[in-house]
Write a protein that binds this ligand. Structure first.
Ligand code: SER
Length: 805
C-alpha cells in the first residue's frame, strides 16, 4: 500500500463502523494558547468538554499537524533522525461519548493485523500504570481487553503488554484540558523481530509507536486537579508517514533487513527527486550518530530530510493562512523556512528552490487537501519572497559565523555574537546552534537571552509612552460607559483614586475610551469646580483601571470628589469611522488579494487609519483602486453595524479573531452587514454610511511579507479630495488650459523639453569638441605615457567634464 491507500483504507475501515469522514481542521488553531494545530483532537475539544454537542458521535479524519514550538516541539530532531517531522498527518478516529475501550482496542488490532497484515508477533502494546502521585489508577479495563486479544492470537500477554506512567501513557494536549490514559501500539523493526518488547519507549528507532489510543476521561484543571469528563471519549492518532514508511521499506512486511524511515514513503519521493535534480546530489538514507563531524553523505541526507520536511510544513501552513513573520506562529514558520534555506544553501541549490518544491508538494497532496490548489500561487510567492530576502543576508551571516566558530574561546560562541547574528542577519537562535554544533561548538544561550532582554528594555524605553501607573487601590475598577454616545457629554463621574498629585485620576466610570486594540484614546476635557482640565491621554492599566492623564494637575482633588466628563464627540466620531472602515478594508483586501490576508497590526485615530497585513508583494494601483471601490460601495449601501457580546465559545463560526491576542470568556462581536464579523472592543459607527468617503493615501512595505495601508475617511477624506482639486486647479492655471486638456498639454511639454535637451546637447557637444582640441594643444608633458593637461574649466557640468577627459 502507498500512503494514499493507507489513508483511504483507514477511512473506509472506520466508515464501515459508523464513522463520518470529516475534513482536517486548519493548522491555525481556533485557540489563542496554541501556536499550531498539533493533534487531531484540537478541533474536538469543545465536544470532549461537553460544551458543544457534535452532529455525529463517531468521526474519522486525517489531521494536518505541526509540532514546532510549544509543548510538542520536534524541530531540532527533524532531519537528524528519520521519524520526527514538523508537519505530519495524523490519521484518527473519534468517539464523542459513544464507544469506548472494548470497541476501539479490538478495532485497532483488527485494522493492523487482519486488514493491513502487520506481523502480530512484532507488535507490542502499552497500558497506563501510574507511578506514585500520578493521576488516576491502573487502566485495568484496557489491560483486560488487550489480554483477551493476546490470548486469542496466541501471544503471551506478559510479553506483548508493557506498562507506562504519565510520561508515556497519559495523553495531554497541554497542561490543562481534556486528557486521559492511553494505550500505544509499537512495532519491533529489528531484522529478527525478537526483542521481546525491550525497546518499547526506549528511544530506539528500531521500535516505534504506530498508533496511540487515548481514552479521554478527565479534564485537567489549572489548579492541578483531574476531574472526570461528563462523558468518556476516544481519540486515536496514527502517524501516516510512519506507517507508509514501514510498508515501503519492508516491502509490505517481507523484508526487515534495513531500518525503515518515514522518508522511504511515497509521500517524500517526488520531493526527493526534485531536490536531487536541483542539487545534483543523491539521497543515500544515512543518519548521523552525533550532531558534529558528519560524513559527506550524512550531510547530504540530513539536508534532503530537512528540506523535504520543512517545505511540506511551509506549504500546508501558508495554505491555511499562517505566514512567516516576526512573532508568534509566524516566527516559528520563518525559522522553519530559514532552516530549510540554509540546508538548500549547503546543497548549493539556488534561490527559489523551496518555492518550486512547494509546487511538488501541492501536486502530491492535492487529492486529499484541495485547499492547497486554491492557494498554490500564494504559497509559491510567499516562500519565494522570503527565500529571496533571507538569502541576501545568509552568505554574510555564514561568513561571520564561520569566523566566530574559528575563533571561539573554549569552543563556545558568546551570547553577544549569537545575538548580533540574530539581530543583523536574521539567524534564529536554533539555526546558529545547529551550525555551531555541526562544527563542534556550543553557544551561550543564557548570554543570548540576556542580550535579547536588553534589546526589549531598549525598545520599551524608546516607546513614546511611559509605563502606565497602577493605582494601589485594588478596588479601583473603572466601568467604561462610552459606547453609549448619550454618556459622552456632561457625564457626572466620581474620583476613586488620585495619582501623582492630581495629574492622573481614576474614576468610578468613564465615557473616555482608553487606548486599546490599536484605537487611540479619546480626547476631551473634564470640569472640576467649574474649571476645565484638558485630557492628555487615557490608558488602561493591567488592573482594569482607566487612568485619565490631565494636562495640568488638579490641586487638592480627593477620592469621592465629583467631576464632569466631556468627550470630544467629533474626534470620537472620526475615530469610529476609521475603525469601522478598517474592518471593511480587511474584508475588501481578502476579497481582492485572497483569503491569506490577515491583520498584522492596526492603528486608528480621528485623523487616519493604518492597517498592516501579510501579503507577499506590493499591491498594483488597480488593486488599490479596486479595494477603494469595494469599500465605497459598502459605504453607499448603508450597512448596519451590529455589536453584541457573547461567550468566546459561542462566537460566530465565520468571525475573524486575532488569535495572537488573548480574549476573555466574554467577547464583543462587531458585525457589518452580512459580510464582516470580527471580535473587537473598539468604537464603531452604527451604519457604514457614516463613513461618508474612504480614500487610501498610501500602500507600502514595512517588513518582509508585511504591507501597510494608510487611509482616511469622513472629514479627512473630504480635505484630501479638496486638496487634490486645488492642485488640479493650480496646474490648469499654470498650464493655461482646462482640466481635461491638462494631461495632453503636460505630455506635449515633456516632449518639447526632451527635444530642446537634445538640441542643447548637440550644441554643447560641438562646443566641447572645440574645447578638447584647444586643450590638446596645451598639453604640457607626457608622464609614463600619460598625457598631462592642467586647466581650470568653468561652465561645464560633471558629465561634460568626464566626456572631455
Ligand atoms: N491525541 C493523541 C496524539 O496526538 C492521539 O490522537 O497522539
Amino acid at each position: 500500500m502507498n500512503s494514499e491507500q493507507v489513508r483511504q483504507s483507514f477511512f473506509e475501515f472506520f466508515q464501515s463502523r459508523g464513522h463520518t469522514l470529516v475534513h482536517s481542521s486548519s493548522l491555525k488553531p481556533n485557540s489563542p494558547n496554541l501556536l499550531f494545530t498539533n493533534a487531531g483532537m484540537n478541533q474536538f475539544v469543545p465536544y470532549f468538554l461537553g460544551e458543544r454537542t457534535p452532529n455525529t458521535r463517531r468521526v474519522v479524519d486525517t489531521q494536518k499537524c505541526i509540532r514546532a514550538g510549544g509543548k510538542h516541539n520536534d524541530l531540532d530532531d527533524v532531519g537528524f533522525d528519520t521519524y520526527h517531522h514538523t508537519f505530519f498527518e495524523m490519521l484518527g478516529n473519534w468517539s464523542f461519548g459513544d464507544f469506548f475501550k472494548k470497541e476501539i482496542i479490538p478495532w485497532a488490532w483488527e485494522l493492523l493485523v487482519k486488514v493491513w497484515n502487520f506481523p502480530k508477533d512484532r507488535l507490542y502494546v502499552t497500558v497506563y500504570r501510574p507511578a506514585e502521585g500520578e493521576p488516576a489508577g491502573f487502566d485495568q479495563e484496557a489491560y483486560d481487553v488487550w489480554k483477551n486479544i493476546m490470548l486469542l492470537e496466541g501471544l503471551d500477554p506478559e510479553i506483548h503488554i508493557k506498562y507506562g506512567g504519565k510520561r508515556d501513557n497519559f495523553w495531554m494536549m497541554g497542561d490543562t484540558g481534556p486528557c486521559g490514559p492511553c494505550s500505544e501500539i509499537h512495532i519491533d523493526l529489528t531484522p529478527n523481530g525478537d526483542t521481546q518488547g525491550e525497546l518499547v519507549n526506549a528511544g530506539s528507532p528500531w521500535c516505534i509507536e504506530l498508533w496511540n489510543l487515548v481514552f479521554m476521561q478527565f479534564n485537567a484543571l489549572p489548579d492541578g486537579r483531574f476531574v472526570e469528563l461528563p462523558k468518556f471519549n476516544v481519540d486515536t492518532g496514527m502517524g501516516l508517514e510512519r506507517v507508509a514508511g514501514i510498508l515501503a521499506k519492508t516491502k509490505n512486511f517481507t523484508d526487515f533487513s534495513g531500518l525503515p524511515s518515514n522518508y522511504d514513503s511515497d509521500l517524500f519521493s517526488d520531493i526527493f527527486h526534485a531536490i536531487g535534480d536541483m542539487s545534483g546530489c543523491q539521497y543515500n538514507g544515512t543518519t548521523p550518530k552525533t550532531r558534529s563531524n558528519l560524513s559527506k553523505d550524512e550531510h547530504i541526507d540530513f539536508a534532503f530530510r530537512v528540506i523535504a520536511d520543512h517545505v511540506r510544513a511551509l506549504t500546508f501552513a501558508i495554505a491555511d493562512g499562517i505566514f512567516p513573520s516576526n512573532e508568534g506562529r509566524g516566527y516559528v514558520l520563518r525559522r522553519i523556512l530559514r532552516r530549510a534555506v540554509t540546508f538548500c544553501n549547503n546543497l548549493k541549490i539556488p534561490t527559489g528552490a523551496l518555492a518550486k518544491l512547494s509546487k511538488v508538494v501541492v501536486d502530491k497532496m492535492v487529492g486529499c487537501f484541495p485547499e492547497l490548489k486554491k492557494e498554490s500561487e500564494t504559497i509559491y510567492k510567499v516562500i519565494y519572497s522570503e527565500e529571496l530576502s533571507f538569502r541576501r543576508t545568509l552568505d554574510r551571516g555564514l561568513e561571520m559565523l564561520d569566523d566566530l566558530i574559528k575563533n571561539a574561546k573554549n569552543r563556545i560562541i558568546t551570547g553577544k555574537d549569537v545575538f548580533l547574528l540574530y539581530d543583523t542577519y536574521g539567524f534564529p537562535l536554533d539555526l546558529t546552534q545547529l551550525i555551531a554544533e555541526e562544527h563542534g561548538c556550543s553557544i551561550d544561550v543564557a548570554g543570548f537571552d540576556a542580550e535579547m532582554d536588553k534589546q526589549r528594555t531598549r525598545a520599551r524605553a524608546a516607546q513614546k509612552k511611559s509605563d502606565i501607573l497602577v493605582s494601589d487601590n485594588t478596588n479601583a475598577d473603572t466601568r467604561f460607559i462610552g459606547y453609549d454616545l448619550g454618556n459622552n457629554n456632561d457625564c457626572l463621574c466620581k474620583v476613586i483614586d488620585v495619582l501623582e498629585n492630581g495629574k492622573f485620576l481614576v474614576l468610578d466610570k468613564t465615557p473616555f475610551y482608553a487606548e486599546c486594540g490599536g484605537q487611540a484614546s479619546d480626547s476631551g476635557y473634564i470640569t472640576c469646580n467649574d474649571k476645565k482640565y484638558t485630557i492628555k491621554h487615557v490608558s488602561k492599566s493591567k488592573n482594569g483601571q482607566i487612568l485619565h492623564e490631565l494636562n495640568e494637575p488638579i490641586d487638592g482633588i480627593k477620592n469621592g470628589n465629583a467631576i464632569i466628563a466631556h468627550v470630544d464627540e467629533h474626534g470620537r466620531l472620526n475615530a469610529s469611522r476609521n475603525h469601522t472602515a478598517t474592518h471593511i478594508l480587511h474584508w475588501a483586501l481578502r476579497k481582492v488579494l485572497g483569503s491569506h490576508v490577515n491583520q498584522a497590526g492596526s492603528s486608528v485615530d480621528p485623523k487616519r487609519l493604518r492597517f498592516d497585513f501579510n501579503h507577499f508583494e506590493a499591491m498594483t494601483s488597480e488593486q488599490v483602486r479596486e479595494v477603494e471601490k469595494l469599500i465605497q460601495e459598502k459605504v453607499l449601501s448603508c450597512e448596519n453595524v451590529v455589536i453584541y457580546e457573547t461567550e468566546f465559545n459561542n462566537k460566530p463560526a465565520d468571525c475573524i479573531a486575532n488569535f495572537d491576542e488573548k480574549y476573555g470568556d466574554i467577547v464583543r462581536v462587531v458585525k457589518i452587514g452580512d459580510f464582516s464579523t470580527e471580535l473587537c472592543g473598539g468604537c464603531h459607527v452604527s451604519n457604514s454610511s457614516e463613513i461618508c468617503l474612504f480614500k487610501i493615501i498610501s500602500e507600502s512595505s514595512i517588513a518582509a511579507g508585511i504591507r501597510r495601508i494608510e487611509a482616511v475617511t469622513g472629514d479627512e477624506a473630504c480635505i484630501l479630495a479638496n486638496k487634490d482639486a486645488d492642485l488640479i486647479d493650480l496646474l490648469s492655471k499654470k498650464m493655461e488650459c482646462g482640466e481635461k486638456a491638462l494631461v495632453s498639454k503636460i505630455n506635449d511639454m515633456i516632449n518639447e523639453n526632451h527635444e530642446f535637451s537634445l538640441k542643447i546637447r548637440e550644441i554643447r557637444n560641438s562646443e566641447l569638441k572645440v574645447e578638447v582640441e584647444r586643450l590638446l594643444t596645451t598639453q604640457t608633458a607626457l608622464e609614463n605615457g600619460v598625457m598631462k593637461i592642467e586647466e581650470s574649466l568653468h561652465d561645464f557640468s560633471a558629465d561634460e567634464l568626464r566626456n572631455i577627459a
